[in-house]
Design a protein around this ligand. Structure first.
Ligand code: SAH
Ligand code: DHB
Ligand code: MG
Length: 223
């Protein structure tokens, strides 16, 4: 399915528009060496997240799905020194790799990694009244996306943005007969978001070095 030109165009765009970045390169290299799956966002998507966080002047970010801390690094770099990013990760090994990467990036002081099932960590954050978060990036187990989105809105404020990765899954999202649990998870999320009066949502399909996928972007409405 993947067209070889997608990779070539991404290489062109990234070489043209993204500065050389040894810290981000090192985060990917150490993730690979540790055997983490190569599923971090593409560099140009990472920069999109960075620009969105910057654009809204966010001081607090919530991430669901840390992996090796690659997307975390892009977003945390958009925060002021006094800003805070909380990232949720189930796998202790992934969290350990991310911790080392964030320390190397000089970002450990503004990033808190919470290890455990994200649904539990989100309940804990609500209990602590840890919100509101200005920006949320949802990128964990796709089956739970609708629940993550609901909790994220609860932990947000009017004007907060919620970015959901991997919505299109090679086009499978539009297949009403799909039995794939991840696709069903994304369809359940879109069903819920479409009916959710708390937010306005769009979704965009993308191609690139990570294949054919897409994202949704929601803005939390005034109350
Ligand atoms: N955002 C990262 C990629 C995340 S990959 C980046 O772009 O760099 C998805 C991550 O979600 C994996 O590390 C996986 O271990 C984690 N994950 C899967 N199920 C989870 C759960 N129930 N709770 C928390 N994290 C989970
Ligand atoms: C997968 C997960 C992701 O978050 C992603 O961006 C790409 C692939 C996966 O689980 O296959
Ligand atoms: Mg993803």
């Amino acid at each position: 399915m993947a067209d070889p030109s997608w990779q070539g165009v991404d290489e062109y765009l990234c070489s043209k528009l993204l500065a050389a970045d040894p810290v981000l390169d090192a985060a990917l290299a150490s993730s690979n060496e540790a055997g983490l799956p190569p599923i971090a966002v593409a560099p140009n998507q990472g920069k999109l997240l960075h620009l969105l966080v910057l654009s809204i002047g966010a001081t607090s970010v919530l991430e669901i799905g840390t992996l090796g801390g690659y997307s975390t690094t892009w977003m945390a770099r958009a925060l002021p020194d006094s800003g805070r990013l909380v990232t949720l990760e189930f796998e202790p090994k992934h969290a350990a790799v991310a911790r080392a990467n964030l320390e190397r990036a000089g970002l450990a002081g503004r990033v808190e990694i919470r290890v455990g099932r994200a649904l539990d960590s989100l309940a804990q954050l609500a209990e602590e009244k840890a919100g509101p978060f200005d920006f949320v990036f949802i990128d964990a187990d796709k089956e739970n996306t609708a629940a993550y989105f609901d909790r994220s809105v609860e932990l947000s404020r009017p004007g907060s943005l919620i970015f959901v990765d991997n919505v299109v899954r090679n086009g499978a999202v539009a297949d009403a007969s799909s039995t794939d649990a991840q696709v069903l998870g994304m369809r359940a999320f879109l069903d819920a978001a479409a009916e959710d009066a708390r937010v306005e949502v769009t979704a965009v399909q993308t191609v690139g070095s990570k294949g054919y996928d897409g994202f949704a972007l929601a803005r939390v409405n005034p109350r």
